[in-house]
Design a protein around this ligand. Sequence first.
Ligand code: SF4
Length: 494
Amino acid sequence: MNGGKTYQIRTFGCQMNVHDSERLAGQLEEAGYVPAGAGDAPDLVVFNTCAVRENADNKLYGTLGHLRPAKDANPDMQIAVGGCLAQKDRGEIVKRAPWVDVVFGTHNIGALPVLLERARHNAEAEVEILESLETFPSTLPARRESAYSGWVSISVGCNNTCTFCIVPSLRGKERDRRPGEVLAEVEALVAEGVLEVTLLGQNVNSYGVEFGERDAFSKLLRACGGIDGLERVRFTSPHPAAFTDDVIDAMAETPNVCPQLHMPLQSGSDRILREMRRSYRSSRFLSILDKVRDRIPDAAITTDIIVGFPGETEEDFQATLDVVRQARFSSAFTFQYSKRPGTPAAELPDQLPKQVVQERYDRLVELVNEIAWDENKKLVGRKVELLVAEGEGRKDTETRRMSGRARDGRLVHFTPTGSAIDRSVRPGDIVETVVTYGAPHHLVADGDLLSHRRTRAGDNVEAGRRPKTDGVSLGLPSFGRPAPQPVTTGGCGL
Ligand code: SF4
C-alpha cells in the first residue's frame, strides 16, 4: 500500500529509544516503506523524542518549524512524533505544530503504520497515547542498525523513583520479557551472523520481578553463555541497589560475557543519594566494584554522574570526587543537573546557580579524564581482541586507521597492516593487536595485526546487509536494507 514511499527516523535520547527506532523502522518496512537515501526528501519523517533534557521541547518545536516549508510544498508528506516527549506533551504537539500528522506514545509504538494510514484517510491529525504498554516492543519486527552487534530488550519501564528522572512517569512500571523470548531473539540474531548482543533494560538487576524469579538476570547471562556463535554479551543498565553477587559470579564464569560494567553512581554523597531517592550508599557502591574487580580483574567500569543536584554543597561534591578517585572509572558520562519538568527534583528549593554547577563540572571532568588516561596508559603493550566497528573513528581516513571495540568496551584505533590479514579487514571482523598508546578516551594500536578472522557479520557489512528480525515467536529473520540514521545518546534516565 505504501510501496516506494520513503521514510526517515530521527532518534534522540537513550539506547532504549535507539532500539525503539529499530522497531519503528521494521514496522514501516513491513508496511511497504523504504529508507530515504541520504540527501533525499523523505515522504515520512518520524521523530523518536526524548523528554529528559531541558529544552528538549523547544528543540523539537524548532525542528518541526523547519519542516513546515517542505510539508507545505508537498502535502502528501507525513510527519509523526513519538517517544517520551510525545507521551508527555500529547495533543499539545498538534496544537503547537498543526502540520504534524501523527502523535504516538511510548506504549504504542506498534500503532504507527495504522495511525499514519488513518491520518491520511481522514485528512486530520491522529493523536494516540496509551497509559500502559499495549504490546511489548520486542513483539514487533525490527530493522537492525548493525550487522555485527544487536540490542535485545529484556524489560521496559522502571519501578524506581529517582527524583531527577522522568522515565518512570513516561515509560511506566517495569515489564519483563520472558527469558525464552529473550533467548529466542538472541539466537535469531546470532543465526544472522551477529556476534555481540547488549541486553537492555532501565534496571536489568530487577529483571524477573514481574514473574517472581529472583536470580533471573544471572540465569539469563549464563544461558547466553550457551549460545553457539555468540561471542560477546553486554548489558545496560544495572542498578547498584539491586546488583547481587550471583550476577558477578555469572559474569566471571560465563566466558562470552564481556569484562565490562556500566554502574551508574550519580553522586558520591550519601545525603544527595537520599535526596535523589537512590537507595544505595557510596560504601555499597564501592564494595560492588571491589567484588567485581576481585572476580574479573580486567573489568572496565564506567558510570554516570550528575553534578549540581539541588542542595549539593561543596562537601557533597567533594564526596563525589572521593568516590571517583577510589572507583577509578575507565570513563564516565558526566551531566550538569538541570530541571526536568515533571520530575520531583525540579520542585526542590535550592537549585544551584549555573556557574557553581559549571565550575564543579569542570573539576569533575578533569579528574575523570586524568584517571581514565592513567588507566589507559597501563594498557600499553597489552594484546587486545577487537570487533571491528563502523563509523567509530572520525579521523580514520586521515590516519589510515580502522576502529574497533575491545572486549572490555574500550575504543581502539588500529592500523590494518601485516601478513595476518586475510584479503581485507571489514567492520564485523575480529582482529587481535597490541596497544601502543593510551589516550584519555581511546587506545591506539599501530603495530601489525597479530590475527584477523573474517566473519559472516563482516561479509554482511561488505554486502550492505543488515539483519531484520521478526517479532517474538520469531519466524525466520531476513535481511533488510541499510540506512544510517542520526542518533544522540544519553545515560539511564538522563
Ligand atoms: S534513573 Fe534509572 S533507575 Fe532511576 S528512575 Fe530513572 S530509569 Fe529508573
